[in-house]
Design a protein around this ligand. Sequence first.
Ligand code: SF4
Ligand code: SF4
Length: 172
Amino acid sequence: MLKKVFGPSDCAKCRLCCNFHRESAWETPFLTDEQAARFETDGVEIVRRERGGASFALRFVDGCDEPANCPFLDPARGCSLSDELKPFECKVWPLRTMEKDGRLVVGRYRNCPALAGEKASALDRLATEELLPTLLAFVAEHPESIRPFSPLYEVCWEGDLPSSFGALSVNG
Ligand code: SF4
Ligand code: SF4
């Protein structure tokens, strides 16, 4: 979805989105219950999120600060999932939908190395002028995917939370 701004070759050099330190394990991609069940059928270890939905389990090494790779990261070739199976959040990263002060925000990850110079504002325009309907449709269907706000993200759009969000626990 974001190929107008940057391409797979940028991510091939980086992989920041696909490995996780313990403190950033909350960033592991959101899976719907249907996706989680399908991955579990294939033997993939899944963890349930408190707010709803699920994520891939990460395998950290005890006593070591090394980040853990997403189970679908091929270190040589990148993500090994097809477009059909790739989680929605991975398709729109480094954009993320979050809740901030009772509002829905679309945030852009501040530290993405592919977004130097004009590319950050180009992505903001793409998010607000083209991708917004897709982002809003996903969170309307899956309000449990909305993350608590993190200052690691620059807000590029703000609006109302979907009405279904109010029924969720806000701690997950
Ligand atoms: S941080 Fe940016 S460049 Fe790096 S993998 Fe993620 S989207 Fe690609
Ligand atoms: S599913 Fe693919 S794109 Fe998403 S974190 Fe895992 S390896 Fe990266």
